[in-house]
Design a protein around this ligand. Structure first.
Ligand code: NAP
Length: 511
């Protein structure tokens, strides 16, 4: 029997990914009383970016009591800023505690999903078979597909090459000459973690980052006991961490000049560790702090001051045999190259695998840049929504807050579809999408991310900021509390729409 003739499994909701977004969606679905769903995961374990990023020194820059689900507080966080292994363990714990495992299909990579206009459902092909779903919740995350720049001659390099998010733990770095490419949040954690064991470390720095001190410390046994015994103390701690960031964000979104004060703290942080003025010059950024993500480290600058470290203040341009050539002509022979060059964020590969109502992929629809309605839905892609969609990223607070707001939106979306009754789908109106994006971009004009004089991964190839939310998390929560049906067309199966005397398929929402 041909594949398409076989009875395919059908579910109400297919969630893609088991990072914070996907697991959060699964918990919320169960809480909404929905059990007819699957979670498709390409790997063999949950955790998303916190499973994949296992590089030495990997930790989160957002305090753990805020970087966790409000519905799953963890009194046992060992440090104020926990390491990758603890965050990953937390996600495993969430999957177990909320009974999510029976829903998860591991080793099921989504190859393609197509919207079927007649059946009003998504056809999803995965590496483990096909399935249909009324609603897709895509939680694949913006930091999931590593980006390696297209460097001339890289294929001819005979040493070891890997990306920070695909760390090769079998490769022994001891005694090796290592090139670290990039100076983002990943690289500045890797450098101090491996500097002492390598023979020579050459850091290719295209743009210096602003690095602030990191107020990291173990959470004492007494604090943890208190959080266990009196759970409101965990919530109070979270509330305080959230409130501070909620106030701070005004400087990022409205008054970037105020951030100048913060630059002096970062400069002092550098001066404490780097005594060589020439090296300090190399490491001093020329853009406003906050324009790129502010990095936190007490060990990065001390590592750069060590005699086995060279900073090449230029990007990697070419590889000739085992010699790396920087844009400024500097040549360095190395045994291994570690790319800390980030992720495909504004050009995420999953967009090429989503085919909407008019037969075009999401990537084709987004050639002018990513855009969505309220960071969740896209015109022409009915009943498809994404977690951490366009313009939902944060520069200074916890993404878990944004994810939970998006889960509110998801829950209301599913409720609205149910209330409509029968078979129905919602399709974001292009005017609503346009209106939302115009408002977001208008607010973006004043932000440090757009005015700070840097080039960051927050901007797409057209220079448009399609990643960051230019407001407070409270504003985003309010904007995603409910689905406004006036922003959607209601789709019905063709036959049903005709019976109602309406044009086939598209039925105006009575909102
Ligand atoms: P990233 O911030 O995108 O940094 C990529 C780095 O690669 C940049 O410094 C970039 O230089 C550099 N680069 C690209 N091509 C280069 C070339 N040819 N030569 C030299 N350098 C080159 O990536 P990331 O560090 O993986 O971080 C991504 C995001 O993940 C972070 O912003 C953060 O949101 C998250 N993250 C968080 C943590 C944490 O919480 N501590 C840790 C890791 C990651 P330019 O600056 O010149 O573009």
């Amino acid at each position: 029997m041909a594949e398409h003739e076989r009875e395919r499994e059908h579910v109400k909701v297919a969630v893609i990914g088991t990072g914070f977004g996907g697991l959060g969606a699964a918990v919320r679905l169960r809480r909404e009383g929905i059990t007819d769903f699957v979670v498709l995961e390409r790997a063999g374990a949950v955790g998303g970016t916190w499973r994949d990023n296992s590089y030495p020194g990997c930790a989160c820059d957002v305090p753990s009591h805020l970087y966790s689900f409000s519905f799953a507080p963890n009194p046992e966080w060992p440090r104020t800023f926990s390491g990758q292994e603890h965050i990953w363990k937390y996600l495993e714990h969430v999957a177990d505690t909320f009974g999510l495992r029976p829903h998860i299909r591991f080793n099921s990579e989504v190859k393609q999903m197509r919207w079927d206009n007649d059946a009003l459902h998504w056809e999803i092909d995965t590496s483990a078979g096909s399935i249909t779903a009324e609603v897709v919740v895509s939680a694949t995350g913006p930091l999931s597909d590593p980006k390696v720049p297209d460097i001339e001659g890289l294929d001819g390099f005979e040493g070891k090459v890997f990306h920070s998010a695909r760390w090769d733990h079998d490769y022994d770095l001891r005694g090796k000459r290592v090139a670290m490419i990039g100076t983002g949040a990943s690289a500045i954690q890797i450098v101090p973690a491996i500097q002492a064991e390598v023979e020579r470390m050459t850091l290719f720095q295209r743009t210096p980052p602003w690095v602030m001190p990191r107020a990291d410390r173990p959470i004492s046994g007494a604090e943890r006991w208190l959080h266990r015994q009196l759970p409101f103390t965990t919530s109070a701690r979270r509330g305080l961490l959230w409130g501070i960031r909620e106030l701070q964000v005004q400087a990022f979104t409205k008054r970037p000049n105020e951030l100048g004060l913060v630059e002096s703290i970062a400069k002092r942080n550098m001066k404490r560790a780097i005594k060589d003025p020439a090296l300090r010059d190399k490491l001093t950024p020329s853009y406003r702090i906050g324009c790129k993500r502010i990095l936190l480290s007490n060990t990065y600058y001390p590592a750069l001051a060590q005699p086995n470290v060279d900073v090449v203040a230029s990007g990697l341009k070419e590889v000739r045999g085992n010699t790396l050539v920087a844009s400024d002509g500097t040549e360095t022979e190395v045994d291994a190259i570690i790319f800390g060059t980030g992720f495909h964020v504004t050009d995420m590969p999953i967009a090429e695998r989503v085919i909407g109502a008019d037969g075009r992929t999401l990537a084709e629809t987004w050639t002018g840049g990513m855009n969505s309605l309220r960071g969740a839905t896209a015109a022409g892609f009915p009943n498809w929504m994404t977690i951490i969609g366009p313009n939902t990223g944060l520069g200074n607070s916890s993404m878990i807050l944004m994810i939970e707001s998006q889960l509110n939106y998801m829950a209301d979306y599913l409720r609205q579809v149910d209330v409509l009754g029968g078979r129905a789908a919602l399709d974001a109106r292009p005017t609503a999408v346009q209106g939302w994006n115009d408002r977001v971009q208008e607010r973006m004009k004043r932000t440090v991310w757009n005015t700070g004089g840097c080039n960051s991964w927050y901007l797409d190839e057209n220079g448009r900021n399609t990643t960051i939310w230019p407001g407070t998390t409270t504003e985003f929560r309010a904007a995603t509390r409910r689905v406004d049906l006036a922003e959607y067309d209601v789709l019905r199966p063709a036959a049903q729409a005709n019976r109602a005397g309406r044009p086939a398929e598209k039925v105006e929402a009575d909102a």
